[in-house]
Design a protein around this ligand. Structure first.
Ligand code: PEP
Ligand code: MN
Length: 340
């Protein structure tokens, strides 16, 4: 249920109403936007008398929210959520909101100090504002490179120190959480989108979480996974469309570009696109990145390698630093065109 307050209501009156909501055994989410103040009620609202609330002098309207996701719902929070990323030892980047565009770039996996540091410097020079790199890798085959694990995170931290770029890396198991203390953004990969215990644990942290859409999950399921994190108190969730499984075999996955405008309607959370895993092919990354920017995405996550042919993981979809730089120039042109 959402309660929209009239303009100019005093703070004390708003707080009184929030307290009353809490006294009914519900939690209240207050969103004070530029144009509207909205109180979102979360919990079992079946015994709440809507007419009673509607009759209050400070209330403009009351509506029931039928969607099962509440915290993530744009109705609860009409303004875009802007997430500040970057721990004290890195640059600060805002993700979400009209004027921000996140560019997360780096290799599929961290392979060595030289590799990650060289790529970090190259992507920064091209305009990336966050560095990615897998340390724990969810590979389809147990015989493939599984990542450098804790050592990989250490190398990412060295690259962060060198460039100042905040780092994004994937968690696969709850027991590894202590290793992520200095990681700026924790990624939940497609395969773990519905690992509910992991989501609950991340909900108890205050880290920004990059939540990737599962290979065969609906947008509502993605939002319900975000809800798991947010219900625990962590509101810093970034959603990522990374392609889904369809009957099409020409590309690794099928980029569901409609997910971007649809999610932007349904939720206030930032939405980014991963054109690398969506296509599986380096030559498709630029056109899909342009499409993502044109569709209104809040950013892109692109795999970049200094020597794609020798990459231990996902070389075929990795851009060289030069191709990445060229892609970003084109993406920025699309963003400029959208402003006109
Ligand atoms: C990744 O981004 O490194 C990754 C494994 O992607 P996904 O979870 O989308 O397959
Ligand atoms: Mn990859």
């Amino acid at each position: 249920m959402i309660i929209v307050l009239k303009n100019g209501v005093e703070r004390a009156q708003t707080e009184n109403l929030v307290e009353w909501v809490k006294s009914q055994g519900l939690s209240a989410h207050l969103s004070e936007g530029q144009f509207q103040t909205v109180i979102g009620l979360i919990g079992d609202v079946s015994s709440i008398d809507m007419e009673l609330i509607r009759g209050l002098s400070i209330v403009d309207s009351v509506t029931r929210v039928s969607e099962p996701y509440k915290n993530a719902n744009r109705k609860f929070h009409p303004d875009d959520t802007v997430i500040e990323v970057g721990l004290k030892d890195s640059l600060k980047v805002n993700i979400g909101g009209e004027s921000n565009f996140a560019v997360i770039a780096g290799p599929c996996s961290v392979e060595s100090k030289e590799q990650i540091c060289e790529i970090a410097q190259a992507v920064k020079a091209a305009g990336a504002n966050l560095l990615r790199g897998g340390a724990f890798k969810p590979r389809t085959s147990p015989y493939d490179f599984q990542g450098l694990k804790g050592d990989g995170i250490e190398l990412l931290l060295e690259a962060k120190q060198l460039t100042g770029l905040p780092i994004v890396t994937e968690i696969m198991d709850l027991s590894h959480l202590p290793l992520f203390d200095e990681v700026d953004v924790i990624q939940v990969g497609a395969r773990n989108m519905q690992n509910m215990e992991l989501l609950k644990a991340l909900g108890r942290t205050d880290k920004p979480i990059l939540l990737k859409r599962g290979l065969a999950n609906t947008l509502q399921e993605l939002l319900m996974s975000a809800e798991y994190i947010m219900a625990g108190g962590n509101r810093k969730v970034i959603l990522c469309e990374r392609g889904i499984r369809t009957f099409e075999t020409a590309t690794r996955n099928t980029l569901d570009i409609a997910a971007v405008p649809v999610l932007r309607e349904l939720t206030h959370l930032p939405v980014i696109v991963d054109p690398s895993h969506a296509s599986g092919m380096a030559r498709l990354v630029k056109p899909l990145s342009l499409t993502a920017a044109a569709a209104g995405a809040d950013g892109v996550m692109i795999e970049v390698h200094n020597n794609p042919q020798a990459a231990l993981c996902d070389g075929a979809q990795s851009l060289t630093p030069e191709q990445f730089a060229e892609t970003l120039i084109a993406v920025n042109k699309v963003r400029e065109a959208l402003k006109q």
